[in-house]
Design a protein around this ligand. Sequence first.
Ligand code: E4P
Length: 219
Amino acid sequence: MKFFVDTADIADIKEMADTGLLDGVTTNPSLIAKSGRDFMEVTKEICDLVDGPVSAEVVALDHETMMKEAETLRKIADNVCIKVPLTIDGLKTCKKLTGDGTMVNVTLCFSANQALLAAKAGATFVSPFVGRHDDNGFDGMELIADIRRIYDNYDFGTEILVASIRNPVHVLQSARIGADVATMPPAVIKGLFKHVLTDKGIEGFIADWEKTGQTIPAS
Ligand code: E4P
């Protein structure tokens, strides 16, 4: 499963990229607003930091203007992935862009039928929002399992990018289902490394090692 970080914060992205485990980045207009940075500038900086896809979202609601915005965004770097909403205009834009070889992430997906439409429109990624789904009394993971089943039934190449992840359990369940990508806030990625027994184990080993009075010689 690929790991994307869901932020436009450069320091966080650098920290995650340094682990060597980061496969891409997703942003959205809210995350850009939170960063306080210029959209074009910060997107370029992110694209320079990460080799994998960097999702940058259009804000127009009609196909024609979406295409113009996508044209501007895709010039930023080769790894820009245009993010479009799951609407008729968004999917028209998706079909056109992927037909030209541009990566597209179809966002704000909340049903398996919407995911089916995104795949038919040739989306590179579809982003079902599990956290927001759960928040509204639905089962986000059931949605991921349904999409996986449908995509496998028809051999669709669209990657399932689980979004709106709130905790490590969402990541575990996504991996069990076989989702292709999880995009996570930095805190959730950090949480994946954590286990109380790992910390306790390190503490014990280091205490015992110190008793030996030894050091590992440099080669
Ligand atoms: C995905 O691409 C979105 O940016 C994101 O996962 C939305 O998450 P939220 O529901 O926590 O805002």
